[in-house]
Design a protein around this ligand. Structure first.
Ligand code: HEC
Ligand code: HEC
Length: 213
């Protein structure tokens, strides 16, 4: 299982997976059974609510710190790409609006939905109606999970949202949901958006504790 996953991460080289797995021809291995998330119930054994809250957020952090989210929540005012967070090619800046510089908005390439390509290297162009770079105060790249958690809770850095609104955004927002439907050639975020939403809800219900630093 692990071997197949590695093969997929290096670009879907399923043949390598088959060889490493012992030379047995893999019957058309499907792309990335994405990493999973633990269920909320699996944290019931942690009796202290604060400790449970922390553990729940750390689990949700597998999504928050996945490349699908980080690429659009970068440290600089430019998006990054791929699982290695390399600079956006072609070079791109957020512009004042987050929607790109005058004359070259994100939507000139990123349309309302993922679009498959015939390219070898780029299998699809990702898309969503709200495609834009997250604002500077929502930068996550290079930050600890604790720092990101504090930002997400703080209305001054989360777009003025209450915790209930944060939950709604995580669980329902279509652009967030793109993380699990990122288009051909990209690894989806772990688990499902529903599981992620449930973890965030349980985190809030247990006091929304943040990891230290
Ligand atoms: C295409 C770029 C893009 C992607 C991909 C993206 N975001 Fe965002 N995100 C934004 C933008 C733009 C905003 C600010 C506007 C808004 O709130 O919708 C934002 C705001 C947020 C906020 C609210 C503010 C905050 O930081 O507390 C959360 C939470 C969030 N995103 C979570 C996620 C998660 C989780 C993922 C991955 C599953 C993700 N985002 C992927 C662009 C993106
Ligand atoms: C000239 C066309 C073009 C413009 C304009 C453009 N992009 Fe992209 N972008 C692409 C292409 C093509 C890809 C896919 C690259 C790949 O998969 O290797 C991409 C990929 C991305 C990704 C990576 C998704 C991932 O997780 O790998 C993000 C994030 C992104 N763009 C954000 C933006 C934002 C935000 C803007 C506007 C500020 C923007 N892009 C403007 C062409 C463009």
């Amino acid at each position: 299982m692990r071997i197949v996953t590695i093969a997929i991460l290096v670009g879907g080289v399923t043949a390598a997976g088959a060889v490493l797995a012992g030379g047995v021809a893999a019957p058309s291995v499907k792309p990335a059974a994405a990493a999973s998330l633990r269920t909320v119930a699996s944290f019931d054994g942690i009796k202290d609510p604060a400790a449970r809250s922390l553990a729940l957020f750390e689990e949700a952090g597998k999504v928050i710190q996945s490349p699908r989210c980080l690429n659009c929540h970068p440290a600089e005012r430019s998006p990054t790409q791929g699982d290695d967070l390399h600079p956006h090619n072609p070079p791109m800046v957020a512009g004042d609006s987050g929607h790109g510089p005058a004359g070259l908005p994100c939507l000139s390439c990123h349309t309302a939905a993922n679009v498959p390509t015939w390219g070898d290297r780029i299998k699809s162009i990702p898309g969503d109606p709200k495609w834009a770079l997250a604002p500077a105060e929502m930068a996550w790249q290079g930050k600890s999970l604790g720092a990101i958690c504090a930002q997400i809770k703080n209305p001054a850095t989360n777009g003025g949202k209450t915790l209930a609104e944060i939950h709604h955004h995580m669980a329902e927002d279509h652009l967030v949901g793109w993380g699990w439907n990122p288009g051909e050639g990209r690894t989806p975020a772990p688990g499902t958006q529903a599981q992620f939403g449930a973890l965030i809800k349980a985190w809030i219900d247990t006091g929304a504790k943040c990891p230290k630093a």
